[in-house]
Design a protein around this ligand. Structure first.
Ligand code: PMV
Length: 341
């Protein structure tokens, strides 16, 4: 797959090769409740998606992913190259992101697109949004547009709506702008500057899940029990406000306790599972300041807030509980583009 990157496989044309990268993220507080208007707090992490693009002489979109899937889209036809029957669904979001740029700017061009991922997929770390953002930015650059971050955000959001019907937009915002953001559906994002660096361990259950169906299941629960679920949305709103205060005050013990409460709220709306709970309790039992699932839940990842001293102990506890620990740090860098000639 990397043969396009290292030049051992010939591309249709070598007119121009552009790259863009975008970070994955963890949601510290407020996922799911953000879909219903509550604020959520997210940080960009030092795991990125890189998308390389160059123009072809025909109108086809040839897409290669470092995860072993590749094929060519020619209008509604898909010619599979690698990755089996699920390759088309896997590559479709990349095609949609690329076409959102081509269509908006009336550019009728074929492209070679290669996606390299350092963010685990379908695990709550924002890989699909980072792919959309990096694809939009790289395609924009390849066809000579000088897209602003706001334009990249807007085009990527259009693409994200095909992947999951009712996204709040938080994942796209953090992949575009990086750093720490407070996000509200109505008001959009506020970047929060001067935040402390957090010692975080991500625990991956390795269970893939679908964000759209989990968002839908929370909506159903809310429709069935509005007078029970609406107060939880209000509680999540207050919780994110307190989390921002705790961060500003560098009060990590308070932040940790808020993460624990947030996990309880997410369990109440039905988005935790036994595998996530095991990792959360394993981290807490060896002294994590707080632990919760992150992202859509139902599998995927949890986060544990640690002190510098117990990062390793917490990682080991997560591993013993059948999770894969990943230590991450915050990154300020949102989407970045560059060219190779
Ligand atoms: O796709 P994930 O797992 O990173 O979760 C997205 C966050 C949700 O709040 C669950 C959905 C959304 O659109 O905000």
């Amino acid at each position: 797959m990397l043969d396009y990157l290292n030049g051992t496989r010939t591309l249709e044309t070598d007119i121009l090769r552009t790259y863009a990268s975008a970070p994955g993220k963890v949601i510290l507080t407020g996922e799911h409740f953000v879909v219903f208007g509550a604020p959520a707090l997210a940080i960009a992490i030092n795991r990125r998606i890189v998308v390389g693009v160059n123009q072809r002489t025909d109108r086809r979109l040839h897409i290669v992913s470092s995860l072993g899937k590749s094929g060519e889209f020619e209008q509604d036809k898909f010619n599979l190259e690698e990755g089996g029957p699920e390759a088309r669904d896997f590559l479709e979001p990349v095609r949609i992101a690329a076409e959102s740029v081509l269509k908006r700017y009336g550019a009728n061009k074929g492209l070679n697109i290669q996606v390299n991922s350092d963010v685990p997929v379908a695990s709550g770390l924002g890989s699909s949004s980072a792919i959309s953002v990096a694809t939009v930015a790289s395609v924009g650059e390849a066809i000579g547009l000088n897209l602003s971050k706001e334009e990249i955000l807007d085009l990527s959001l259009t693409a994200e709506r095909f992947v999951h019907k009712n996204p709040s937009g938080i994942d796209i915002a953090i992949a575009t702008f990086g750093g720490t953001i407070l996000y509200e559906r109505e008001r959009g994002m506020t970047r929060i500057e001067d935040m402390p660096n957090l010692a975080l361990v991500i625990g991956n259950t390795g269970i893939a899940r679908n964000t759209g169906s989990l968002v839908e299941s929370v909506r159903r629960r809310r429709d069935h029990f509005p007078s029970t679920i609406n107060p939880l949305i209000a509680a999540a709103q207050a919780l994110t406000g307190s989390a921002v205060e705790a961060l500003r005050a560098r009060d990590l013990e308070k932040l940790g306790e808020l993460l624990d409460i947030n996990h309880g709220l997410l369990a109440a709306v039905g988005t935790s599972c036994i595998e996530l709970d095991r990792l959360v309790y394993a981290a807490r039992s060896v002294g994590a300041l707080g632990a919760k699932l992150t992202g859509a839940g139902g599998g995927g990842c949890m986060i544990a807030l640690c002190s510098d001293e117990n990062l390793v102990t917490v990682s080991e506890a997560i591993r013993r509980a059948n999770g894969s620990p990943i230590t991450v740090v915050k990154t300020e860098e949102g989407v970045l583009t560059w060219k190779e000639n």
